[in-house]
Structures are given as structure tokens and as C-alpha cells.
Design a binder for this molecule. Sequence first.
Ligand code: ADP
Ligand code: MG
Length: 287
Amino acid sequence: SIPLSFFAGIGGAGRGGILIKGSNYLETLAKTEVAVFDKTGTLTAGTFEVKALHHTTLEEEKILEFAALAECASSHPISRSLQKAYGKVIDAKRVKDIKELSGNGVQAVVDGIPVAVGNEKLMQSLGIKAIACSSIGTIIHVAIRHAYAGHIVISDTIKVESKMAIDALKQAGVKKTVMLTGDIRPVAEETARVLALDEVYSELLPEDKVRKVEDLLQHINGKGKLAFVGDGINDAPVLSRADIGIAMGAMGSDAAIEAADVVLMDDDPRKVASAINIAKKCLRIVY
Ligand code: ADP
Ligand code: MG
């Protein structure tokens, strides 16, 4: 039978915006030793701002227009930011054959013209040479008509709560904090440095994130538990693979919320430590 304090714990957590999907997760949460985070939307706000546009042949406005149109069906934070920077209403009828390449970008046909928007790996896979950019930030390359058109430099900000969230985890007994991201190394390392994370791995595809979590699981070898915290559609596989999957619920994708064991209703990363502390308290009452 399930101890009464577990129901009280789940109820109390729920009132604090922490949705725990079953009492069995309390025991796992209480034993969390490794906390693994996604970056974008989880530790950062996920609201990118366009900082610069570099163009080759086409004018800047045109590049942003093609990019925003090609991204019109994506719910990725990068896509939302490009739509916002473009600022005009998008006529989806202009866009056909949309392909979203998880962790890399999108491809679509805009006004009958093939467009690709994404990271350098996407450009490489299409045989298009991306022009290097010295700006600091996430760089979104744009190819139009199979030729390199330019790039958009966007930058995200670390959530104000993230540093406190990481410190609170250490206080809650978490031994190792890790960040896994699809973003490029300089951006990833700067975020990890500011937050004083123990480990950081960048330029990962969703399947690389799963493999990395498997490595970390092997390393703790059942002695402690591993929690993964994420929000995106591409975090769903890794949320299922972790001992405990925690999704950011407010901005998060339905796939992530579905795959998670715990949902944080207001995207506040400090609530990861709160959830662990609630779980520990419940277990202390029982045993
Ligand atoms: P994270 O792991 O930090 O959540 P993602 O895996 O979602 O990041 O994305 C990794 C990288 O892939 C981004 O930094 C970006 O370069 C590229 N990317 C992913 N989705 C898109 C998109 N819709 N448009 C443009 N670029 C994208
Ligand atoms: Mg993400």
C-alpha cells in the first residue's frame, strides 16, 4: 500500500506548481545524485533576440523573411524568435514541403524556392559552405536556392533563477550537475561557466543526448538516481530514458510533458530542488 504521507507530498507539491505523476517517483526523486539539464528553454529563457544579420547576396530583410517563413510551422524557441523579429503576419500558403530536422533546423519551399535554416551541420549535410562568423551567440545559417545566403546571430539569456536552482540542488544532496545541448560549444561553455555546472556537452543531437545519459547512468551504476530536466520536443527520448524525467510545462512541448514523470508548471528550475526536498521529507516521515 502507498503511505499516506506520499499523497500529502504529491498534493503539497501540486499546490506549489510541481506535478508528480505517481507516488513511486518520490522515492526516485529523493535519491537523485545527478541532475542533467537541457539548455535552451530550461536553464535559459529560450527567448532569443536577433542581434545581427550578415548577408551575402540577398538583402538582410529578405533573408529574415525567408527564414521566418520556412520556420512558420516550428514551435522551437529559435523559430518563435525569428517570427517575432520578422514581425509581419505570415501567409502559410507561401510555404510548402516543410521538414523539421530535430536539433539542426528546418527546410522548406518558400514561394517555390528551396530554403534551409539551421546550424552549420545542416549546411554541411546539404553540401553548402557556411561562412564563419565571429559574433558571440547562436548562429542560424540560411541557404536559399541551394546557395549560402547569410546568417542571423541570435542570443538567449540565462534565466535569473538558474544559478539559485543549481546551488539549491547541491544543497539538496545532488553530487553532479550536467548540461546537454544541441547548441555550439562557446555558447554552451559560457552558460556552464556562469552557472558553475560540473559538466557540459554541446552540439548534441537528440540521440546523442540519450547516449550521454546512458553513459552517466552507467557511471552511477544504480547507486544514486539520475534526473533529466528539459522542455523541448527533442528532449522526449531523454526524458523517458532518465530515472526521473522532469519537464518544464509552461513553454514546453506536449511530447516533453507526456514523456515526463514530473512537470514544473511555471518553468522555474528552482523547483527541481524543491521536488527533491519534498520527496526526501515524505520518505523521512515514512521510514
Ligand atoms: P538545446 O539542446 O539547447 O535545447 P536544440 O537541440 O533544440 O537545442 O537545438 C540545437 C541547435 O540546432 C540550435 O542551437 C540551432 O542551431 C539548431 N536548431 C534547432 N532547431 C532549429 C530551428 N527550428 N531553426 C533553426 N535552427 C534550429
Ligand atoms: Mg531544448
